[in-house]
Ligand binder design. Structure first.
Ligand code: NAD
Length: 187
């Protein structure tokens, strides 16, 4: 939606939007009706209205605070990424067991020691965390995050985390993505 808005398009057809999203136009139209009635037959969707609605549904119409735990190779690379803000997320602080060492890896200004994590999460009302610690520390850190009030974890560590039912963990695993890709390119 951001790209459409940047391109200054006033409307977009469900066919074009479905192509961009990689789904069938019928599926896209059906999905969007869950959130209200949008779109005019023949004209398509009003880009401004639709992006406002999607931001409302996703809660991205204001910057959502996120914390990152584990400022190593991967954590530092993610902290350098400028793309979270335009998508509605702000990394408000990063934490590491060895903050002094972590600070040598990045210019990110707010790298704090782990004992500060709970205070920051509570005071900034943070609900989501990016977890980039080694696998052997991930469960322990996840427990600390849950205790602090985090309810969504984006987990890069290659282990399955045990969390209470009301906490959502989304795992990111590039090796699995590569395996997947490798399957599809078998001649
Ligand atoms: P790294 O060793 O460079 O960094 C890990 C950081 O975590 C270090 O700064 C360390 O001080 C910190 N840390 C360790 N224990 C901690 C604890 N208990 N509390 C807080 N901080 C702690 O590792 P990396 O290469 O950046 O990888 C990070 C994680 O991401 C690993 O689990 C790795 O397997 C995983 N990874 C996943 C993908 C993927 O596709 N999902 C890709 C690369 C790496």
């Amino acid at each position: 939606m951001l790209r459409l808005k940047e391109n200054g398009l006033p409307t977009i057809s469900s066919e074009a939007l479905a192509r961009a999203a990689g789904v069938k136009p019928t599926q896209l139209r059906k999905d969007l009706t869950y959130f209200g009635s949008f779109g005019t037959r023949g004209l398509g969707y009003d880009v401004e209205q639709l992006s406002g609605m999607i931001a409302d549904v996703l809660g991205t119409n204001r910057l959502q605070p996120v914390v990152l735990i584990g400022v190593g190779n991967l954590g530092a690379a993610l902290l350098a990424y400028q793309g979270f803000g335009p998508e509605g997320f702000e990394v408000v602080a990063a934490f590491d067991a060895e903050p002094a060492k972590a600070r040598t890896r990045t210019n990110f200004p707010r790298i704090l020691p782990m004992p500060e994590m709970m205070r920051v999460v509570r005071s900034r009302n943070v609900r989501m965390a990016i977890l980039t610690v080694p696998a052997n520390a991930a469960q322990e850190v996840a427990n600390q995050l849950v205790d602090a009030g985090i309810v969504g974890i984006l987990n890069f560590a290659p282990i399955v985390l045990q969390v209470p039912e009301d906490v959502t963990v989304n795992g990111v695993n590039l090796a699995i993505e590569l395996e997947n890709l490798s399957y599809f390119i078998q001649g």
